[in-house]
Every structure is written in structure tokens, then in C-alpha cells.
Design a protein. Sequence first.
Length: 150
Amino acid sequence: MTTIFSPETLPGLVGSTLGPGEWLEVTQERIDDFARATGDHQWIHVDVERAKSGPFGTTIAHGLLTLSMIAALNQGMFKFEGFKMGLNYGYEKVRFPSPVPVGSRLRVSAKILSYEPVGPMFQTIVEYTVDREGADKPSCVAQMIFRHTL
């Protein structure tokens, strides 16, 4: 079920948690595509043979790939309505408490931390927690800032 974020509903949603969403597998192809797009070809991400003898026994996803996957993991969880325009203003805190080995499955939950006016705009802060199947700690925790105009 998609939750509607609107000027009317957001004040009542502060403090609530949405999700978790659907599981999504992190493939080597996705990791390699991210490396090509960003120029980050560190061996721990892209050298499958060398990574076998590394600290995780396999390649791992880039932390920034995990962060960027929130958009895909978040699909259908909520949508903004009733605003003329919205944008991703940035992030407050971003942490990567545990690695994402290739083949891992991830899913996300979203907690609405705040909704308040900021100058002529409104700001919503959503804390995302990206969980890895079978892991004790999340792989990413990030507070995303949305700004929108009426």
C-alpha cells in the first residue's frame, strides 16, 4: 500500500514507520555498473578473484551504491501529492554499519522524523534503514531531507 505524503497527511505521519519494502538482490552486475558510473573500481567491489581472499571472502557493494539503492527499495512505499514541486535536498546522517556482500538481499523501512516549514518551503526528513537478510545490523541508515513547495 502506498502512503500519500501531502500537506494534510504529513503532520499526522511524523513518528510513524513505513515498510519494510520488498527484498532486492545485489548482483555483481549492479556493483560493476555502479563502479563504471562513478569511477570507483576498488578491488573489494569489482575484483571477484582477489576479493575471495579479502576480509569478506567475496566482493561487497559500495556504501554509496547501497545508499543510492534506497530509491529502488522504496518504490511504492509512499508518494508526494498536493505539492507543486519537490526535491531531494540532501542527507543529515548517513552510516554503513555492516557490509553488503554480493548476492545479498536488501529491503528498506522508512520512519518519518519531521515535517516543518522552512522559509517558503516545507521540509520532510525521512530516516531510511536498509536491512540485509540474515544480518544483525543494518547495512545503511540515512536521514534524507525532502523540500517541497505548495
